[in-house]
Design a protein around this ligand. Structure first.
Ligand code: NAD
Length: 383
């Protein structure tokens, strides 16, 4: 199958590109290095150096013989993106190409506007490139579980049936995001739903939780094929920050009371989910929404897990609560349906002690690169 991976230089995009190439698909990656540029601007560089996309593709081909085509360009530039779609004629596009940092989107006007313009324009252009050049192409869009927020009722898989004054209808599940970045994802979903209704395009919107892990079959071929690993307050996820703090001998910093609960998944499972979605595409005129995570943890539970494994490895890990820089509920109800991907065949890889130990070992190997000043929050919501 011909597949385009938008955001192919990213944490998820690069491992997905290698996996799909290894599965025998004809793969093209597109990226404009937005993340690398923002990381440089905000002193949030990754822990391990990553060769640029063209170089990674060359290394992967040398080792595995699998080819990946590269286009460096901006998805917000329609003349560029339509040329890519018209020429390549993809059967599927995996759309990862967005600014994914919630803290970055909350720094101030400039960063909020950049996130808003980038994410909405990229999605808008992908939709129009598909409508105009390959209307049967399946759009697999990465959304986020953060679109739903933390309501005090069960979260369904994308849709909610509502009975009102004796009549029933089905609507997108109500969404109330906690950052401007997450709000752009909500707006993306609305855009996609509008064009699905209007033009009958086929779309899968994957509501993904935070992803952790640095290991996939292809990544493990060579250290230079590692995806980006950020541990700072801008791009680093809570799992990455805890792993690095544990190795650096700094306390694991829990934001507020630490009861913030989310659904997490292993990088291997993101690849599985995207592959499963691609193998059984959404119907024409369907917006299929799947909740993509495998396990639920609170921040306190994650800290305790990393502490326990770290201590077993002799790291002497402490945990410390600090003021929460975000505006969010620190204790809340969280019950989320996530059957769709399991029904498609997802075989979860859970966050075992062994998996945590392997991640810690990788960080230990790069300990000399750690700059502990990057981890403490620099961005405060509604300051
Ligand atoms: N990583 C996670 O835990 C997670 C969780 C939920 C959702 N997501 C979503 O998955 C997607 C990928 O996330 P990631 O962690 O790989 O992020 P990432 O920043 O590592 O990757 C995104 C890539 O897209 C590129 N990009 C952004 N805007 C672009 C544009 N206009 N044109 C071309 N390329 C562009 C960036 O340069 C980057 O390489 C994002 O949409 C994110 O919102 C990620």
């Amino acid at each position: 199958m011909r597949v385009i991976i938008l955001g192919g230089d990213g944490y998820l995009g690069w491992p997905t590109a290698m996996r799909f190439a290894a599965l025998g698909h004809e793969v093209m990656v597109v990226d404009n290095y937005l993340r690398r540029n923002i990381a440089q601007e905000t002193c949030s560089e990754a822990l391990m150096p990553n060769p640029n996309l063209t170089e990674r593709v060359r290394i992967f081909e040398e080792i595995s013989r699998y080819k990946i085509r590269v286009e460096i360009g901006d998805c917000c530039d329609f003349s560029f993106i339509e040329k890519v779609f018209a020429g390549f004629q993809p059967k599927a596009v995996v759309h990862y190409a967005e600014q994914p940092s919630a803290p970055y989107s909350m720094i101030g006007y400039t960063e909020a506007l950049k996130t808003f313009n980038n994410n909405l324009n990229a999605t808008f252009n992908v939709i129009w490139a598909v409508i105009q050049h390959c209307p049967n192409c399946h759009i697999i869009k990465l959304g986020t579980m953060g679109e739903y927020g933390t309501p005090n009722i069960d979260i369904e898989e994308g849709w909610l049936e509502i009975e009102h004054k004796g009549r029933k209808d089905k609507f997108l599940y109500p969404r109330q995001a906690g950052s401007l970045y997450h709000t752009t994802k909500v707006l993306d979903t609305d855009l996609l739903w509008f064009y699905v209704r209007l033009y009958g395009i086929r779309v899968t919107d994957l509501m993904q939780g935070p992803v952790y892990g640095l290991s996939t079959t292809e990544v493990n071929l060579d250290e230079r094929l590692m995806p980006n690993f950020h541990y700072d307050d801008i791009f680093g996820t809570v799992v990455n920050r805890f792993l690095v703090q544990a190795v650096a001998g700094a306390p694991l910093t829990v934001y507020g009371r630490g009861g913030q609960t989310r659904g997490y998944l292993n990088l291997e499972d993101t690849l599985q989910c995207v592959e499963l979605a691609m193998d059984s595409p959404a119907e024409a005129g369907q917006l299929r929404i799947l909740n993509q995570f495998t396990e639920v943890f609170s921040v306190n539970e994650l800290a305790e897990k990393v502490q326990m494994v770290g201590n077993r490895m002799g790291l002497k890990v402490q945990i410390k609560a600090i003021d929460n820089p975000r505006k969010e509920k620190e204790e809340h109800y969280y019950s989320v349906k996530h059957h769709g991907l399991l029904e498609l065949g997802l075989q979860p890889h859970f966050m075992t002690d062994d998996i945590i130990a392997k991640m810690l070992e990788k960080v230990i190997r790069c300990k000399r690169n750690i700059d502990i000043r990057k981890i403490m929050p620099r961005v405060v919501w509604n300051k």
